[in-house]
Design a protein around this ligand. Structure first.
Ligand code: NDP
Length: 332
């Protein structure tokens, strides 16, 4: 049974390719922990949320194997199963979960216009953006071949599986320094693979790395391949690429961690919502409010620092409460 009906209207003036327009009280964009948590709260507050999942239904967690640090699962849970649970919980209270991707927005008016898949216009009183971020990879074929078999872009999520083993972290920024230090507390040896001859990380983080005896920094090295029978057993690196001293190095490792940055999925909103230099949406500190009234941001799309499933869920809850209060005041 369809729990909630949304008003379908036709507008003669709308562009040719927009096939339908729909009015929605609360629209949630994204289906990671932030989006589903916002959906649970807004649905229970009777805001009749509509949630568009985006292409990767369930978000980044569906690409990890076991999740052991999400509170409430003492025995761990697969990323896929956790996201299924969150979806069911959101639907239980009436969230209308739909498969579709937001392709354009117009946040100039009091009612926010959102285009889905280039053909459907949603007119929403409140919008919660929870589109997440995408970890960057080097683009090697081997990264796909060994996905879930030794390649990871999240040390906090997967580091534990490499207890007492040797791993490599690629990158020279704060994330790489932080992840290498974290992994050094779990693993036997951590190789930090840095493409230039210096780190980009802050001095404090650099000091931390340099003072950790089981981290070895490999400056001027670039990973070009991975090898192994049933998972990663090593990486192939090029040392001093493009110089007369260029050399191929084979490194025996069990885990290969990427820490070369994240790309927030904010492009479609950045015309209207202020971002930082990297593209993370800016919110008013201590809230999930953007500078556009009625537009809120939650989860990794606005979080360059914590980027955890549970912190994303936390800000999803905050966005729902901020949206509820906004709607109570403005769109009674
Ligand atoms: P950064 O963009 O700061 O660093 C990315 C690193 O990856 C750089 O060393 C870069 O090399 C390297 N890199 C990029 N592409 C490649 C490639 N194709 N091959 C090899 N190496 C590559 O990203 P971070 O995720 O580290 O940080 C993002 C932001 O978040 C920063 O502002 C950072 O300060 C912040 N942050 C803060 C933390 C904290 O305060 N605790 C923790 C984590 C992040 P190169 O230097 O040569 O460009």
């Amino acid at each position: 049974m369809e729990l909630f009906k949304h008003l379908e209207i036709k507008n003669e003036n709308q562009p040719q390719d927009i096939k339908s327009t729909e009015k929605v009280r609360c629209l949630i964009i994204g289906s990671g922990p932030a989006g589903y948590t916002a959906a649970i709260y807004t649905a229970r507050a009777n805001l009749r949320p509509v949630l568009y999942t985006g292409l990767q239904m369930g978000g980044q967690l569906t690409t990890t194997t076991e999740v052991e640090n999400f509170p409430g699962y003492p025995d761990g849970i697969s990323g896929q199963a956790l996201m299924e649970d969150l979806k069911r919980q959101a639907e239980r209270f009436g969230t209308d979960v739909r498969f579709g991707t937001v392709t354009d927005v117009d946040f100039t008016g009091p009612v926010h216009e959102v285009i889905v898949d280039g053909e459907k216009m949603i007119e929403a009183n409140a919008v919660i953006i929870a589109t997440g971020a995408t970890a960057m990879y080097l683009g090697l074929e081997a990264e796909t071949r060994y996905a879930g078999m030794g390649v990871s872009a999240c040390a906090t999520c997967d580091g534990f599986f490499y207890k007492g083993k040797d791993v490599a972290v690629v990158g020279g920024g704060d994330t790489a320094a932080e992840e290498a230090t974290y992994l050094a507390g779990i693993c036997r040896k951590v190789y930090l693979i840095v493409r230039r001859n210096e780190l980009r990380a802050s001095k404090v983080m650099q000091r931390e790395v340099l003072n950790t005896p089981n981290i070895e920094i490999m400056f001027q090295h670039q990973a070009i391949d991975l090898f192994g029978e049933n998972g990663v057993e090593g990486a192939v690196l090029v040392k001093k690429k493009g110089t007369p001293e260029e050399e191929i190095v084979k490194l025996k490792i069990d885990g290969f961690f990427l820490a070369i940055g994240h790309k927030p999925n904010s492009e479609v909103f950045s015309k209207f919502i202020e971002t930082d230099q990297v593209g993370y949406l800016k919110t008013i500190p201590g809230t999930t409010k953007t500078h556009v009234p009625g537009v809120f941001a939650a989860g990794d799309v606005q979080d360059p620092v914590y980027r955890q499933a549970v912190s994303a869920a936390g800000t999803g809850c905050m966005a729902a409460i901020d949206a509820e209060r906004y709607l109570a005041e403005i769109h009674k």
